[in-house]
Design a protein. Structure first.
Length: 406
């Protein structure tokens, strides 16, 4: 099922003219971020905006809310006097489910404990034309990526990891409940024009390195504050070689460096993902305006002229990384981890392995972990560390998936 097809058609039909006008207004080639931002202004632009200084009114395409924060947002929305939301909006019941004993029993417990909340969210969603994803329907960010995200769009969400949708080329920003209410009520959404950090990816990943290692490396360079007030835009041959879910993982974890959001340009991997998730029509529409869903060629060839900061990574030499403990910007390549453990007096025994998280929603990493476990079990090996799947911020733990078998 394709959601918001008319909205996407309208945006794509008007985007070429808006991008052309923005290019003429600014007098220069445009990054992808600028194309999307200028295409989503609440009012037609009459002047250029200074990054990191000017406050700008935007008109996002949609809103996504998780159950814990949606309650206050929708209580506020009830007072605005509208009969329905001004933009497509959804509620996803995932955050109130606690991982404790197992999927079936944990879901049943959550439904029982949070019944009043779920009933309220379901009824108010029905009243105001909001999409409702009941408990057990999946993690909000993955549901959005598989159903609602589309190249060149803009959305805000009431969760810090909303930028996961950047894996499909969308400017997706996690913001507060009040901002979501403004957008649902049809008001302008004010945001300081973000600075732009360009990350050029050369080569291709090899060995055990994965998309996750790219953002772990970037976190080590930029630190937890380095992305504050900025959009991180990835480009280059290495970016085009990454899967859409890998891109989503990188954008999701960009929240750990304080980035406003992160995104990639539209490419064949995004097209394939749209088709694989039943959105062939969206892929066909995006193909028609492909050049407007990527940075201008001049930007890619000379990025230092168009971004406020530029990083360049060679993926062919990128090692798997372990970030932490205690902070996601303490990045250590796997080849140097043993030395780092000894020098810092860190525990050298792995006691718990956390597999999966909204902070790393890539099926690639999760399937690798499952493969290791299955391989070990087939050889009669047993784990000597705890193994679980739960929601856990990486800022408190090593950001690595692993376990020791014997």
């Amino acid at each position: 099922m394709v959601f918001d097809l008319d909205l996407i058609k309208k945006l794509y039909n008007g985007m070429p003219a808006k991008v052309s006008a923005a290019r003429k207004l600014t007098g220069k080639p445009l990054t992808l971020s600028e194309k999307i931002l200028y295409s989503h202004l609440y009012n037609p632009p009459t002047t250029t905006y200074t990054r990191g200084k000017d406050y700008v009114d935007f008109a996002p395409d949609r809103v996504a809310m998780q159950d814990a924060t949606a309650q206050m947002a929708l209580l506020q929305f009830m007072t605005c006097g509208r009969n329905t939301v001004a933009v497509p909006s959804t509620v996803h019941c995932d955050h109130l489910i606690q991982a404790k004993t197992g999927a079936v029993s944990d879901l049943a417990t959550a439904i029982d404990v949070n019944r009043e909340v779920y009933d309220f969210l379901a009824s108010i969603s029905d009243k105001y034309g909001i999409g409702f994803w009941k408990p057990g329907a999946g993690i909000i960010h993955q549901v959005v990526l598989e159903n609602y995200a589309f190249p060149g769009g803009m959305m805000i969400g009431t969760d810090s990891h909303t930028p996961n949708a950047g894996g499909l080329g969308m400017v997706a920003i996690g913001d507060g409940d009040a901002d979501a209410v403004d957008v649902m009520a049809g008001l302008a959404w004010e945001l300081k024009m973000p600075k732009l950090i360009g990350v050029k990816l050369n080569g291709k990943l090899s060995g055990w390195s994965s998309a996750k290692d790219i953002i772990l490396k970037v976190a080590g360079i930029l630190t937890v504050k380095g992305g504050t007030g900025a959009i991180v835009e990835y480009f280059g041959e290495g970016a085009d070689a990454l899967s859409a879910t890998g891109k989503g993982t990188i954008c999701n974890m960009g929240a750990e460096i304080g980035a406003t959001c992160s995104l990639f340009g539209y490419d064949e991997k995004m097209s394939a993902y749209l088709k694989a998730t039943g959105r062939e029509e969206v892929a066909a529409l995006a193909d028609q305006i492909r050049d407007h869903l990527r940075p201008d060629p001049e930007v890619s060839s000379d990025p230092a002229k168009y971004y406020d900061q530029v990083l360049e990574l060679d993926l062919s030499t990128l090692e798997p990384y372990i970030n932490g403990p205690f902070t996601p910007d303490l990045a250590t390549p796997i080849s140097k981890m043993a030395t780092a453990v000894k020098e810092n007096g860190w525990p050298d025994t792995l006691e718990v392995a956390l597999i999966g998280s909204c902070t790393n929603s890539s099926y690639e990493d999760i399937s690798r972990s499952a493969s290791i476990v299955k391989d070990g079990m087939s050889k009669g090996l047993k784990t000597i560390s705890g193994l679980s799947r739960m929601e856990m911020p990486i800022r408190r733990h090593f950001s690595v998936i692993g376990l020791r078998l014997r």
